[in-house]
Design a protein around this ligand. Sequence first.
Ligand SMILES: [Zn+2]
Ligand SMILES: [Zn+2]
Length: 187
Amino acid sequence: MPKNSPNSLDPRSPLVLDTRELPRRPGALRTVERVVPAPSDLGVELIGVPEGADLDLDLRMESVSEGVLVSGTVSGPIRGECGRCLREINDSVTVTIQELYAYENSTTDATTEEDEVGRMQGDLIDLEPTSRDAVVLALPTNPLCRQDCPGLCPDCGVHGDDLPADHSHQQVDPRWAGLSKLTRTEE
Ligand SMILES: [Zn+2]
Ligand SMILES: [Zn+2]
């Protein structure tokens, strides 16, 4: 994954947690309950959290010896399109996250890779990559409006729900189609 974390995080950014109020004493706890606007591209091709929609953060930050452990849930509405019939899907998603963010210059910081353990930037934690990964992982790769969606008739494009069970189209036999072309050439 390309590394695009800026050198300094904006503490007012919706998915940045500020730990200044959290004592750096193992066991110290702070809860974070906020509603923030969803960032762009929080999803996959057919389904995702609309940009700016309400994301509910219900988290706790806990001081541990090497950093801050963030755990809890992130939830929000999802909107998408049924992979079979293209009808709109309105649903919601709730993901559980648990991630350790190591203090700068801690032993953990020195001995682990950044993709194994998160990093704090000063007193700030960038929650966006973790939230994004968790939400994307929780989304269906092939979203359906309902499990037994019959999809659309490949010939007329009408939804299976609106068609009788014996619905079919008269097929032109490809051999006859070839013959009629032949007849025309001969004329
Ligand atoms: Zn459908
Ligand atoms: Zn049809």
